[in-house]
Design a protein around this ligand. Structure first.
Ligand code: FMN
Length: 219
Protein backbone atom coordinates (compact mmCIF):
# COMPACT_ATOMS: atom_id res chain seq x y z
CA UNK A 1 0.00 0.00 0.00
CA UNK A 2 1.01 3.62 -0.48
CA UNK A 3 1.26 6.32 2.15
CA UNK A 4 2.00 10.02 1.80
CA UNK A 5 3.82 12.12 4.38
CA UNK A 6 2.77 15.75 4.05
CA UNK A 7 5.58 18.07 5.19
CA UNK A 8 3.81 21.04 6.74
CA UNK A 9 6.47 23.72 6.43
CA UNK A 10 7.41 25.86 3.46
CA UNK A 11 9.77 28.03 5.49
CA UNK A 12 13.17 28.34 3.82
CA UNK A 13 14.57 31.26 5.78
CA UNK A 14 15.81 32.02 9.29
CA UNK A 15 15.39 33.14 12.05
CA UNK A 16 14.02 31.27 13.90
CA UNK A 17 16.75 28.63 13.69
CA UNK A 18 17.07 25.91 12.67
CA UNK A 19 15.25 26.21 9.35
CA UNK A 20 12.52 23.75 8.37
CA UNK A 21 12.50 21.37 11.28
CA UNK A 22 9.62 19.79 9.39
CA UNK A 23 12.00 18.18 6.93
CA UNK A 24 13.76 16.27 9.73
CA UNK A 25 10.48 15.22 11.28
CA UNK A 26 9.09 14.05 7.92
CA UNK A 27 12.28 12.08 7.25
CA UNK A 28 11.99 10.52 10.70
CA UNK A 29 8.42 9.43 9.89
CA UNK A 30 9.68 7.90 6.64
CA UNK A 31 12.57 6.16 8.41
CA UNK A 32 10.51 4.68 11.24
CA UNK A 33 7.73 3.57 8.90
CA UNK A 34 10.23 1.83 6.59
CA UNK A 35 11.92 0.10 9.53
CA UNK A 36 8.67 -1.71 10.32
CA UNK A 37 7.12 -2.03 6.87
CA UNK A 38 9.28 -2.68 3.85
CA UNK A 39 6.23 -4.09 2.08
CA UNK A 40 4.56 -0.66 1.85
CA UNK A 41 5.77 2.55 0.23
CA UNK A 42 5.96 6.05 1.64
CA UNK A 43 6.62 9.35 -0.07
CA UNK A 44 7.25 12.77 1.41
CA UNK A 45 5.17 15.54 -0.15
CA UNK A 46 7.14 18.77 0.14
CA UNK A 47 5.10 21.95 -0.50
CA UNK A 48 8.22 23.58 -1.96
CA UNK A 49 8.12 21.04 -4.80
CA UNK A 50 4.67 22.14 -5.97
CA UNK A 51 3.80 25.28 -7.89
CA UNK A 52 0.39 26.35 -6.60
CA UNK A 53 0.08 29.70 -8.40
CA UNK A 54 -0.20 33.25 -7.00
CA UNK A 55 -3.95 33.27 -6.30
CA UNK A 56 -5.71 30.44 -4.51
CA UNK A 57 -7.39 28.21 -7.08
CA UNK A 58 -8.11 24.66 -6.02
CA UNK A 59 -7.77 21.60 -8.21
CA UNK A 60 -11.55 21.23 -8.46
CA UNK A 61 -12.02 24.80 -9.77
CA UNK A 62 -10.23 24.12 -13.04
CA UNK A 63 -11.75 22.66 -16.17
CA UNK A 64 -10.41 19.10 -16.36
CA UNK A 65 -8.24 19.85 -19.41
CA UNK A 66 -6.69 22.93 -17.76
CA UNK A 67 -5.53 21.68 -14.39
CA UNK A 68 -1.87 22.72 -13.89
CA UNK A 69 0.39 19.70 -14.07
CA UNK A 70 1.69 19.95 -10.48
CA UNK A 71 -1.82 20.04 -9.07
CA UNK A 72 -2.93 17.15 -11.26
CA UNK A 73 0.10 15.05 -10.33
CA UNK A 74 -0.49 15.60 -6.63
CA UNK A 75 -4.21 14.89 -6.89
CA UNK A 76 -3.38 11.53 -8.47
CA UNK A 77 -0.95 10.71 -5.69
CA UNK A 78 -3.55 11.61 -3.05
CA UNK A 79 -6.20 9.50 -4.73
CA UNK A 80 -3.89 6.50 -5.09
CA UNK A 81 -2.66 6.64 -1.47
CA UNK A 82 -4.14 4.51 1.29
CA UNK A 83 -3.32 6.81 4.21
CA UNK A 84 -1.69 10.10 5.13
CA UNK A 85 0.83 11.24 7.68
CA UNK A 86 0.20 14.93 8.35
CA UNK A 87 3.28 16.63 9.76
CA UNK A 88 2.76 20.13 11.14
CA UNK A 89 4.71 22.65 13.18
CA UNK A 90 2.82 24.85 15.61
CA UNK A 91 2.55 28.43 14.36
CA UNK A 92 0.79 30.71 16.86
CA UNK A 93 -0.84 27.72 18.51
CA UNK A 94 -2.34 26.61 15.21
CA UNK A 95 -1.79 24.16 12.41
CA UNK A 96 0.73 25.20 9.81
CA UNK A 97 -0.69 27.50 7.11
CA UNK A 98 1.55 25.78 4.53
CA UNK A 99 -0.16 22.47 5.26
CA UNK A 100 -3.73 23.76 5.34
CA UNK A 101 -3.10 25.80 2.17
CA UNK A 102 -1.77 22.77 0.31
CA UNK A 103 -4.58 20.49 1.48
CA UNK A 104 -7.24 23.10 0.68
CA UNK A 105 -6.38 22.65 -2.99
CA UNK A 106 -8.04 19.25 -3.06
CA UNK A 107 -11.55 17.98 -2.53
CA UNK A 108 -12.38 15.62 0.29
CA UNK A 109 -13.34 12.88 -2.16
CA UNK A 110 -9.63 12.26 -2.77
CA UNK A 111 -8.91 11.70 0.93
CA UNK A 112 -12.15 10.14 2.09
CA UNK A 113 -12.48 6.74 3.70
CA UNK A 114 -8.76 6.57 4.39
CA UNK A 115 -7.00 7.21 7.71
CA UNK A 116 -4.43 9.78 8.73
CA UNK A 117 -1.87 10.24 11.50
CA UNK A 118 -1.27 13.60 13.15
CA UNK A 119 2.40 14.44 13.75
CA UNK A 120 3.28 17.79 15.33
CA UNK A 121 6.53 19.28 16.54
CA UNK A 122 8.06 22.45 17.83
CA UNK A 123 11.40 23.92 18.69
CA UNK A 124 10.05 24.54 22.21
CA UNK A 125 8.60 22.36 24.90
CA UNK A 126 4.99 21.76 23.78
CA UNK A 127 5.62 19.67 20.69
CA UNK A 128 2.82 21.30 18.74
CA UNK A 129 0.00 19.81 20.82
CA UNK A 130 -2.15 22.90 20.42
CA UNK A 131 -1.86 22.71 16.63
CA UNK A 132 -2.85 19.05 16.82
CA UNK A 133 -6.25 19.85 18.32
CA UNK A 134 -7.29 21.89 15.29
CA UNK A 135 -5.90 19.24 12.95
CA UNK A 136 -8.38 16.69 14.27
CA UNK A 137 -11.35 18.66 13.01
CA UNK A 138 -9.63 19.74 9.78
CA UNK A 139 -8.69 16.17 8.82
CA UNK A 140 -12.08 14.80 9.85
CA UNK A 141 -13.76 17.29 7.54
CA UNK A 142 -11.38 16.23 4.79
CA UNK A 143 -12.61 12.67 5.25
CA UNK A 144 -9.27 11.11 6.28
CA UNK A 145 -10.09 10.53 9.92
CA UNK A 146 -7.08 10.86 12.22
CA UNK A 147 -6.30 7.81 14.36
CA UNK A 148 -6.38 8.32 18.11
CA UNK A 149 -2.63 8.03 18.75
CA UNK A 150 -0.69 11.14 17.82
CA UNK A 151 3.00 11.96 17.65
CA UNK A 152 4.23 15.16 19.30
CA UNK A 153 7.89 16.12 19.28
CA UNK A 154 9.11 18.88 21.61
CA UNK A 155 12.59 20.27 20.93
CA UNK A 156 12.60 18.50 17.57
CA UNK A 157 16.01 19.98 16.74
CA UNK A 158 17.52 17.93 19.58
CA UNK A 159 15.68 14.72 18.72
CA UNK A 160 16.42 14.44 14.98
CA UNK A 161 19.30 15.48 12.76
CA UNK A 162 18.80 16.72 9.20
CA UNK A 163 18.55 13.17 7.91
CA UNK A 164 15.71 12.44 10.32
CA UNK A 165 17.82 10.17 12.52
CA UNK A 166 18.37 10.47 16.24
CA UNK A 167 21.79 11.85 17.24
CA UNK A 168 24.08 10.10 19.70
CA UNK A 169 22.68 10.15 23.21
CA UNK A 170 19.03 9.92 22.11
CA UNK A 171 17.35 6.54 22.54
CA UNK A 172 16.23 5.47 19.04
CA UNK A 173 14.25 2.46 20.28
CA UNK A 174 12.09 4.67 22.47
CA UNK A 175 11.30 7.01 19.59
CA UNK A 176 10.69 4.07 17.27
CA UNK A 177 8.17 2.66 19.73
CA UNK A 178 6.46 6.02 20.05
CA UNK A 179 6.20 6.51 16.26
CA UNK A 180 5.16 2.90 15.65
CA UNK A 181 2.14 3.11 17.92
CA UNK A 182 0.53 5.90 15.88
CA UNK A 183 1.77 4.80 12.44
CA UNK A 184 0.61 1.24 13.00
CA UNK A 185 -2.83 2.42 14.09
CA UNK A 186 -3.02 4.19 10.73
CA UNK A 187 -1.80 1.08 8.94
CA UNK A 188 -4.44 -1.08 10.64
CA UNK A 189 -7.22 1.29 9.60
CA UNK A 190 -5.79 1.56 6.08
CA UNK A 191 -5.80 -2.22 5.69
CA UNK A 192 -9.37 -2.36 7.00
CA UNK A 193 -10.55 0.51 4.79
CA UNK A 194 -9.00 -1.00 1.68
CA UNK A 195 -10.59 -4.37 2.30
CA UNK A 196 -13.97 -2.83 3.05
CA UNK A 197 -13.88 -0.48 0.05
CA UNK A 198 -13.22 -3.45 -2.24
CA UNK A 199 -16.45 -5.05 -0.98
CA UNK A 200 -18.64 -1.99 -0.52
CA UNK A 201 -18.22 1.24 -2.48
CA UNK A 202 -18.47 3.93 0.23
CA UNK A 203 -19.87 6.48 -2.21
CA UNK A 204 -22.69 4.13 -3.12
CA UNK A 205 -23.60 3.63 0.50
CA UNK A 206 -23.31 7.28 1.54
CA UNK A 207 -24.20 9.33 -1.50
CA UNK A 208 -21.93 12.22 -2.41
CA UNK A 209 -23.53 15.49 -3.50
CA UNK A 210 -23.72 15.85 -7.26
CA UNK A 211 -24.45 19.56 -7.84
CA UNK A 212 -24.21 21.58 -4.65
CA UNK A 213 -22.98 20.97 -1.09
CA UNK A 214 -26.44 22.06 0.13
CA UNK A 215 -27.71 18.67 -1.08
CA UNK A 216 -26.27 17.38 2.23
CA UNK A 217 -28.34 19.81 4.32
CA UNK A 218 -30.99 18.85 6.85
CA UNK A 219 -34.45 18.90 5.23
C1 FMN B 1 5.30 32.26 12.62
C2 FMN B 1 5.78 31.32 13.68
C3 FMN B 1 4.98 31.05 14.78
C4 FMN B 1 5.41 30.14 15.76
N1 FMN B 1 4.56 29.83 16.78
C5 FMN B 1 4.91 28.85 17.66
C6 FMN B 1 3.96 28.39 18.63
O1 FMN B 1 2.83 28.84 18.71
N2 FMN B 1 4.35 27.40 19.46
C7 FMN B 1 5.60 26.83 19.39
O2 FMN B 1 5.88 25.92 20.17
N3 FMN B 1 6.52 27.27 18.49
C8 FMN B 1 6.19 28.25 17.62
N4 FMN B 1 7.10 28.66 16.66
C9 FMN B 1 8.47 28.10 16.67
C10 FMN B 1 8.49 26.81 15.86
O3 FMN B 1 8.23 25.70 16.71
C11 FMN B 1 9.86 26.60 15.20
O4 FMN B 1 10.25 27.76 14.51
C12 FMN B 1 9.85 25.44 14.23
O5 FMN B 1 11.16 25.27 13.76
C13 FMN B 1 8.86 25.66 13.08
O6 FMN B 1 8.85 24.57 12.20
P1 FMN B 1 9.58 24.66 10.76
O7 FMN B 1 11.04 24.95 11.05
O8 FMN B 1 9.43 23.28 10.17
O9 FMN B 1 8.93 25.72 9.96
C14 FMN B 1 6.70 29.56 15.67
C15 FMN B 1 7.50 29.85 14.57
C16 FMN B 1 7.06 30.70 13.58
C17 FMN B 1 7.94 30.96 12.38
Amino acid sequence: MKFLIFLGSARDSTPPRPARLGLRVSRACEYFFNLDHEEHSVEIIDPLDYELGPAFKPHFSYAKSRVPKDLQALSEKIQAAHGYVMVSPEYNHSMSPALSHLLNHFGSSLFSYKPSTIVTYSAGQWGGTRAAMGMRSFLSELGCLPVSAMIHIPHAQQVFNEEGRVPEGVDEAQWQGYFSRALNQMLWWALAAKKQSEGVNPNELSKVFTKNPSQRNAP
